[in-house]
Write a protein that binds this ligand. Structure first.
Ligand SMILES: C[S@@+](CC[C@H](N)C(=O)[O-])C[C@H]1O[C@@H](n2cnc3c(N)ncnc32)[C@H](O)[C@@H]1O
Ligand SMILES: [Zn+2]
Length: 280
């Protein structure tokens, strides 16, 4: 059974070979790579279509080189612990990008003998296309996290890795006691990169917000030293960051001249549990 539901009438969707259909006859074609477009019509021409092709390709090259494997491993270990006892956990990667973490979760859960029902959504079509190509065993949709095509309480584990935080929707789709992992940058994330880009860089603010409807279980820090060996890898990482859009030309020029850069990656995985009983 599909984890997705109809964006028009909210009924569960049936996944067929070529299309997803709902009992009321709404039908959504699957692309060649297997993903489906589930954005409601009025959102189709949004001015914010998510990451473009170039950004998606840069992130894909960088992630598939394994630089963020420590974060992926930490997420997988947490996923195993927080879905313990569930043979078929329903897992949603909200803002999945190219599916790097989605694929990691799939491998870790199946290696542990589970049969996860895994889905990823992202607003960016090029990203979702990458993700679907790489992991035929999961379902992927072009959709917004602010309007998830997923039924109420259908998800056992929701992962949001550097993507927009749509709390109301996350609360709706998570079942009571379901787990929610939210990855944010730690204070010194990419510090050496920022030192090249800016004359007076700021560390990231580290926050611990107790979101309504969730119990705050833990903050798991993950830190790694990344030796970036060439200009392409440095440029790919830069393009993945928000700094790409707000760096003065001089800083970007300094970075483009570097042939290698050792940079710190530092993440925080915020671990929450959806509170049961009532809407919150
Ligand atoms: C920094 S990337 C993180 C991608 C992936 N989780 C990762 O860590 O590799 C942020 C992602 O959020 C997506 N995005 C932005 N707004 C979105 C929205 N409203 N709904 C779904 N995805 C969105 C972008 O297209 C992009 O893929
Ligand atoms: Zn329908």
């Amino acid at each position: 059974m599909s984890l997705f539901c109809c964006p028009h009438c909210a009924a569960p969707l049936e996944r067929g070979e070529r299309a997803y259909t709902c009992p009321s006859g709404h039908c959504f074609d699957r692309a060649r790579e297997g993903y489906v477009h589930l954005l409601p019509a009025n959102r189709m021409h949004s001015k914010m279509p998510g990451d473009d092709k170039g950004m998606a390709a840069a992130r894909s090259r960088f992630l598939r080189s394994g630089y963020y494997a420590p974060l992926r491993d930490a997420l997988c270990a947490l996923a195993l612990a927080h879905t313990a006892g569930l043979e078929r956990p329903a897992v949603l990667d909200a803002g999945c990008g190219e599916g790097y973490y989605t694929a990691g979760l799939y491998e870790a859960l199946t290696a542990a003998g589970r049969r996860p029902r895994l889905a990823g959504v992202d607003l960016s079509k090029p990203s979702v296309r990458h993700a679907a190509k790489g992991l035929a065993e999961a379902e992927f949709a072009v959709a917004s996290v602010y309007r998830l095509p997923v039924g109420d309480g259908a998800v056992d584990l929701l992962v949001d890795c550097f993507s927009p935080l749509a709390l109301e929707e996350f609360r709706r789709v998570l079942r009571p006691e379901g787990a929610f992992f939210y990855v944010t940058p730690a204070a010194r994330h990419l510090w050496e990169l920022k030192q090249v880009l800016y004359d007076a860089p700021y560390p990231n603010r580290e926050e611990a917000v107790a979101y309504e409807g969730f119990d705050y279980l833990d903050i798991v820090p993950v830190e790694a030293r990344l030796p970036l060996p060439d200009r392409q890898t440095i440029a790919d990482l830069f393009q993945m960051t928000p700094y790409y859009w707000k760096t003065p030309r001089e800083g970007a020029r300094r970075l483009a001249e570097l042939d290698r850069l050792d940079v710190t990656a530092a993440f925080r995985i915020h671990v929450f549990r959806r509170r049961g009983g009532g809407p919150f």
